[in-house]
Design a binder for this molecule. Sequence first.
Ligand SMILES: [Zn+2]
Length: 143
Amino acid sequence: MSAIIYLAFCVLVALFASRRGRSPILWGLFSLLLSPLLAAISIAIMKDLTAAQQMERNSLETDRLKERVAVSEAEIRSRMDHMEHRIDRIAYQKDPSCLPEKGERMVSAKNENTEYCHECGEKTPIGAEFCPHCGAKLHKEAD
Ligand SMILES: [Zn+2]
C-alpha cells in the first residue's frame, strides 16, 4: 500500500517537473531512487524553465512585430510620397499657373539629380527628354 502512495508521489513529482520545463523521466527516477519530497523541493528551488522559455518567446514575438511595423511604415511612407506626387499632378492639371509648391519641390528634387514629371508626378532624371514612367515629353519647347 505504502509503495503505491510512494509511486503516486513519484508520478506527481514527474508531472511537476514537466510543468516547470524539466525532464519528467529524470525527476521521476530521482524521486523513485531518493525521495519524492527532495525531488519536489529541488524542482521548486530551481528556476522555472517554462517561464524563461515563455519570456524568450515573448521577446521574439515582440521583435517580429516591431519588424512588421517598420516594414508597413516604410510602405505607407512610400505610398504617401506617391500620393503627394499624384495630388501635385492633379493640381497642376487643374491650374498650371499655380506652382509655388512645385518650385519648392523642384529645388528639393534637384538635390537628388531628379525632378518630377509634370504628367505622372514620378521622379525622372534631370535632363531626360521623356519621362521613363509615362513617356511624357518632359521639357516642352517654347511654342
Ligand atoms: Zn511621367
